[in-house]
Ligand binder design. Structure first.
Ligand code: FES
Length: 180
C-alpha cells in the first residue's frame, strides 16, 4: 500500500500560494481603508471649504448701500431683511426666534409679522407682541464701496421683549389673520 505524498515542489507552492493569498487580502484591506480615509478627508475638506467661501453661513454680497432705505428689502441669498435704522444698516434674519417660521414684512402695518403664531416685530426687528422670546436675530454687516455684505456666520440674538429702541406704533392693519 503506497502512501500518497505531496511532492516537495507542490508543498512549496501551496505554502507560497497561502502566504500570497493572505498577503493579497491584507494589502487589499489596507488599500480599501486608505481609499475610504482619503474619500472622507476630501469630503470633509469640500464641505468646510464651501461653508467658508460664500452662501448662507458665510459672507453674502448683496445690494449697493444706497439701495438700503427705511423700508426693509428682502435679500433671498442671505435670507435677510436689510433696513436702515437712523444711520445704521441692519441685517435681520428672516427666521422667527419662536419656532423658526419665515417672518414677513407687512407694508400696511409697517411691521414684521410671523403668520405662524402671531409674533410682531418693529422695523428694527424688536419683538412687540406674540410668543417670540426675543427680537429677530441680526447678522453682522460689512459696507464696501460696491455693496453691503452680510456675514451670515456672525449672528447676534435679538433683544428680549420690552427693549425696543425705536418708537414706531403699527401704521395700519396687519397683513395676517393670525397676527393680533
Ligand atoms: S414661529 Fe413665529 S410666532 Fe411662532
Amino acid at each position: 500500500m503506497s502512501e500518497e505524498t505531496v511532492p516537495e515542489s507542490d508543498e512549496a507552492n501551496i505554502t507560497s500560494e497561502g502566504v500570497d493569498r493572505r498577503t493579497f487580502l491584507t494589502r487589499a484591506w489596507q488599500v480599501g481603508i486608505a481609499l475610504i480615509a482619503a474619500a472622507g478627508t476630501w469630503t470633509s475638506f469640500d464641505i468646510l471649504r464651501s461653508v467658508r467661501a460664500s452662501g448662507l453661513g458665510g459672507v453674502v454680497r448683496t445690494v449697493p448701500e444706497a439701495e438700503v432705505t427705511e423700508i426693509p428689502i428682502f435679500v433671498r441669498s442671505a435670507q435677510t431683511y436689510l433696513t436702515r435704522i437712523d444711520d445704521e444698516i441692519v441685517a435681520l434674519w428672516q427666521r422667527c426666534p419662536h419656532l423658526g417660521c419665515r417672518v414677513a414684512w407687512c407694508e400696511s402695518s409697517r411691521e414684521f409679522e410671523c403668520a405662524c403664531h402671531g409674533s410682531r416685530f418693529n422695523r428694527a426687528g424688536e419683538v412687540r407682541s406674540g410668543p417670540s422670546p426675543r427680537g429677530m436675530d441680526r447678522f453682522d454687516v460689512i459696507i464696501t464701496e460696491e455693496a453691503v455684505e452680510v456675514d451670515t456666520g456672525a449672528v447676534t440674538e435679538g433683544a428680549p421683549p420690552g427693549e425696543e429702541s425705536i418708537d414706531e406704533p403699527p401704521a395700519g392693519p396687519s397683513c395676517s389673520e393670525n397676527v393680533t
